[in-house]
Design a protein around this ligand. Structure first.
Ligand code: GDP
Ligand code: GDP
Length: 434
């Protein structure tokens, strides 16, 4: 089961403010980079060693004053069906309203954990008022202030207690590949090509995180597990937002995978939705390869591929390390390249780099271009090592870690990528006191 936290509640209680608080500011920054301007109502949150997806259901289901009932039903139905944990937001300032009670009536039937979040607890007096909401009879109440952050730590402790930390990678783990993308991009055609043409199912592996069975395949000479994205969820009564469900489906597949092949219809070009999917994959620390499919349909002149790639790179902004491959599933052009690349990216993701090699290579770069001094303080990076985490994370031990600024961090990341094979995967640099 994916770690999905759904936020429900009547309008104006602060759902979207809470959403922004849980997802963090980085989301907004990322969106600036990728040029995605539309509102997003789902995003990735992190708390200690756990990662989860937050959905603001209010962003998807709207209701006017007269049709609240329908809006409540849809919001809550969506949450009950899709979420692992539900946050029921109420407004401390307004106190308990009839509409809150309507929500509660439906939510009390939930088998999933529901937390009553008493928002706008900005001051001590307000915090005390949270007690009124015990009248809902839904267990503990959590006074928070979505605007100033009060109480959100305790809330997150409670919410993430339902989630498992990321599992360790097993020895000779086979890469799990998710094929994601917008409708009509060519995903099923690719799956069919992989599974029908040169298919040999090796074993069936019981899914550990989901109640599906993933199959181990060999195609084009590569071993992999295909994350099953189709038919995971039963048909819902909620028809409001198809995009919401296609996103959820992609999200589940992404969470379950090591590597995502993002299939894009080259005749349409890279669109905001595609960038959102890439964004989600990167937030979930997955490897990504972008497949510009239906290349056979694109009229080509000299340098077409190069120009198109440049244009895509401009729009991808900070994801410049993601490989882009121009394919045709129809003619099988470069499909093998995609599979090879996916497996290669997986290798990049799990390979550990020795401390001696890291220091040998990076100290030279640092000597050539040392971190700028901060207020006359000379900053020295003494030692670099890869942390034993699931995803490539590197600790830079130094005397004044707080004074290393973003441009220098980007310089270090670029140098790391120049010297080591991190194509297609996000890496993290952390700066610590020696
Ligand atoms: P939604 O309709 O439930 O998504 O609510 P919004 O997040 O749009 O918030 C509604 C209003 O409440 C906005 O004016 C917010 O600025 C305000 N608001 C949200 N959270 C807080 C809070 O913790 N304290 C205070 N004082 N105002 C808040
Ligand atoms: P999905 O919705 O992403 O699973 O897309 P499908 O695999 O169903 O493909 C949508 C349509 O595009 C179908 O008619 C496919 O035959 C067609 N298609 C898929 N890949 C290619 C390709 O590389 N070239 C061309 N010309 N058509 C393709």
């Amino acid at each position: 089961m994916a770690n999905i936290v759904a936020i429900v509640g009547r309008p104006n209680v602060g759902k979207s403010t809470l959403y922004n608080r849980l997802v963090g500011k980085r989301d907004a920054i990322m969106d600036d980079h990728s040029g995605v301007t539309r509102d997003r109502h789902y995003g990735t949150g992190e708390w200690t060693d756990k990662r989860f997806t937050v959905i603001d259901t209010g962003g998807y289901v709207h209701g006017s004053d007269d049709i609240f009932e329908g809006a409540i039903r849809s919001q809550v139905e969506m949450a009950l069906e899709e979420a692992s944990v539900i946050l029921f937001v109420v407004d401390i300032y307004d106190g308990l309203t009839g509409l809150d009670n309507d929500f509660a009536k439906v939510l009390r039937r939930s088998k999933k954990p529901v937390y009553v979040v008493c928002n706008k607890a900005d001051t001590t007096e307000r915090v005390q008022m949270a007690g009124d909401f015990y009248a809902l009879g839904m267990g503990d109440v959590y006074p928070v202030s979505a605007s100033n952050g009060y109480g959100t730590g305790e809330l997150l402790d409670a919410v993430t207690s339902h989630f498992e930390p990321e599992p360790e990678v097993e020895e000779d783990h086979i890469p799990k590949i998710a094929i994601v993308g917008r409708p009509n991009a060519g995903k099923s055609s690719l799956v069919n090509l992989l599974l029908n043409k040169e298919r040999s199912i090796v074993t069936d592996i019981a899914g550990t995180t989901r109640d599906t069975v993933d199959s181990h395949y060999t195609a084009f000479g590569k071993d992999f597990v295909l994350v099953d994205t189709a038919g995971i969820r039963k048909k819902s009564k909620v028809h409001e937002d198809i995009e919401f469900y296609s996103v959820l489906r992609a999200l589940r597949a992404i969470e379950d995978s090591d590597i995502c092949i993002v299939v894009v219809d080259a005749t349409r070009g890279l669109e905001a939705q595609d960038i959102n999917i890439v964004n989600l994959a990167q937030k979930n620390k997955k490897g990504v390869v972008i497949m510009m499919n239906k290349w056979d349909l694109v009229e080509k002149e000299t340098n077409t591929a190069r120009n198109v790639e440049k244009d895509i790179r401009d729009r991808l902004g900070s994801f410049s390390y993601i490989p882009i491959i121009f394919t045709s599933v129809l003619t099988k052009q470069r499909v093998l390249r995609v599979m090879e690349k996916a497996v290669e990216i997986y290798e990049n993701k799990v390979t550990k780099i020795s401390t001696s090699k890291l220091n040998e290579v990076m100290q030279k770069e640092i000597e050539r271009y040392p971190p700028p001094a901060y207020r006359g303080k000379y900053i020295k990076i003494k030692y670099i090592t890869q942390l034993p985490t699931h995803n490539p994370t590197f600790a830079f031990f130094c005397n004044f870690p707080k004074h290393i600024k973003d441009p220098y961090k980007r310089f270090l990341e670029n140098k790391m990528r120049e010297h080591f094979p991190f194509e297609g995967i996000p890496i993290k640099l952390v700066f610590r006191d020696k």
